[in-house]
Design a protein around this ligand. Structure first.
Ligand code: ZN
Length: 243
């Protein structure tokens, strides 16, 4: 399995950047997790839009789904050009009906996931954890049978993450706030909180993502390292993680 960071900003993209978007690949299968603002432009530096096999969305905040509409147009254009008719599945939850319905377009189809059940997409098995966020949002544990990682999506700190992420090879954590800030009210986590989960869950690697546009990002790593003894990476565009 290979995970590529396409977009890592929280809330809105920094200059020439993109918000949440991650590529997960195994053999010839490509899954995209979330498709935030600016993601489609970046995504095409790694993959042709027709070479994406599935998309899965954690929730419907703009910084996670802003580019879904234009991605649907891109699929439409290239499907016509290449004369292909396959419909791309976009997996999402159905606790927001109108957002879910917008996932279906000429060459894409919204597919509801049941967060209480394990989901198989291509070579990946996915389990879900409801996060603590102002709107319904689901984190994911994704495995290819050999290795696995946990994506917290957007969440305030909750104990449940420790069990959910137990023994994972990597934790891709919401790190929208610095240690001295209160992230809970906004439904996000600090550098410290992500690191505490990583440590208690005994994960190998921690990637800090959904990053703030202000302050010194290296400070986030410093703060996390006071609570987590494993490898810590600061998310950046094009960063590739292998187990
Ligand atoms: Zn959100």
């Amino acid at each position: 399995m290979k995970v590529t960071i396409v977009g890592h900003w929280g809330g809105y993209p920094g200059p020439d950047g993109a918000t949440s978007c991650y590529l997960v690949e195994k053999d010839d299968f490509t899954l995209v997790i979330d498709m935030g603002s600016g993601a489609l432009g970046k995504l095409q530096t790694y993959k042709h839009v027709l070479d994406i096999d599935a998309v899965i969305l954690s929730h419907y905040h703009h910084d996670h789904v802003a580019d879904i509409g234009v991605f649907q147009y891109a699929r439409l254009v290239h499907s016509y050009l290449r004369g292909v008719e396959n419909i791309l599945p976009i997996y999402g939850h159905i606790e927001d009906k109108s957002s879910f319905n917008s996932l279906t377009h000429d060459f894409t189809s919204g597919v509801a996931y049941d967060p209480t059940k394990e989901l198989t997409i291509g070579p990946f098995q996915i389990r879900f954890l409801r996060t603590k966020h102002p709107v319904p949002c689901f984190g994911m544990r994704i495995t290819d049978g050999e290795s696995d990682f946990v994506y917290t999506a957007d969440t305030a700190y909750q104990e449940e993450w420790i069990n959910f992420a137990q023994g994972a090879h990597m934790l891709l954590a919401d790190c929208n706030f610095y240690a001295h800030q209160d992230a809970t009210k906004a439904g996000h986590m600090t550098s410290e909180e992500g690191a505490i989960i990583a440590q208690k869950a005994h994960v190998n690697d921690l990637i800090l993502s959904h990053l703030p546009q202000y302050g010194d990002q290296e400070q986030l790593v410093k703060e996390a390292s006071e609570h987590f003894s494993g490898m810590i990476h600061l998310a950046h565009e094009g960063f590739i993680w292998h187990p």
